[in-house]
Design a protein around this ligand. Sequence first.
Ligand code: URA
Ligand code: CA
Length: 442
Amino acid sequence: MFFVPELIEKKRNGGKLSKDEIRYLVEGYVKGEIPDYQMAAFLMAVYFRGMDEEETAELTLAMARSGEMVDLSAIEGVKVDKHSSGGIADTTTLVLLPLAASAGVKVAKLSGRGLGHTGGTIDKLESIPGFNTELSKEEFIRIVNEIGAAISGQSKDLVPADKKLYALRDVTATVDSIPLIASSIMSKKIACGADKIILDVKFGNGAFMKKYEDALELAKTMVKIGELAGKPTVAYVTDMDQPLGMAIGNALEIIEAAEVLKGRGHEDLLNLSLEFGAEMMRLSGIEEDKAKAREKLLENIKSGKALEKFKEIINKQGGNPGVLEDYSLLPQARFRCEVEAQEEGWIESIDALKLGLTAMKLGAGRQKKDDRIDHSVGIWLGGKIGDRVEKGKPLAVIYANDEEKLKWALKEVREAFRISPNKVEKRKLIRARITAENLEEF
Ligand code: URA
Ligand code: CA
């Protein structure tokens, strides 16, 4: 038994809480024995005083254990999970799932829906007619064992401590605290049964973390938590000052993933998928040499093996794999409209956040938890920073189902692009890679 005001006071004065004290707070809060006002005061103390790595790891584990802990031990091999801190046109998971599986990695992906500019990976997959994202635990494990990959929605009982704490942080101005963000993300990864974790921490205008330095610190903290929790973690810091891929939307991102797997996708999305795929192969013990792993993955794209794997996954989960060959089988928007460049030059900047918000208002994402997603709408970009544009050629194509929204979106999307008369350098996508032993910055 502890006296909660004393724990709050200890943190308020910059002290370090023990494992038992942290557990007491998390368990008591989830059970409803510790009221919101005490937890709010504690969170604010953490916000100002921080937590050291051990405290953050204990908080993470206490949160992870607050609900169901998924057991993936019936799947043979090392289970590596990839998590992205959220960005615009981030189609990586859709590409990675079949790509890594095609090279022998066991991909057991449990994914949330959440809020955002487009849906989560689960929502995107639900653009595919028939695709079942509510697999039973038995079906999920059976499919991974049979074909190497499956994806399903998370159980509602996953990390209840995070749901409750996040809601409280949201209304007490304590969201942007690195130990609180790190424990929130890592508790969910650990509860999902991953043995090893790859994190894509994004920074920039379209990301949760606006500054590189903050993203780097968050990444380092999460790698440390992983190490202390016995879940080896590799984190990347990547650029989200412009959208990652070319598609922002749900069905559109299915098309983009298919294009990458056919060898026709944008180089950034391809490169990031190859990097994470190679890292997954290394962490699973399939290929230690990352250059060789990348080669193998590229080979699986060229031979069509990775695309076949995507079809297999879709087929096993009840969907129509024909959508990957005939995109007209996916939900179609009523209106398709090009945003033409009004001058020639080079793309100097793209406001990722503005494009994300525009896609969301077209219906591609959720503003509120129970908003319905329109799978057909979104934006397809005509170029990225450093690309040449010609007057009258499309900067982007908008897909919409509502004429008023389309008109408004045309203006928003046009404003999101800045064109320079001078040549502009392309942006570097991968900026850092962090392991427990090493930090590389690029
Ligand atoms: N994403 C999360 O899952 N948790 C946070 O606290 C912030 C971003
Ligand atoms: Ca995403």
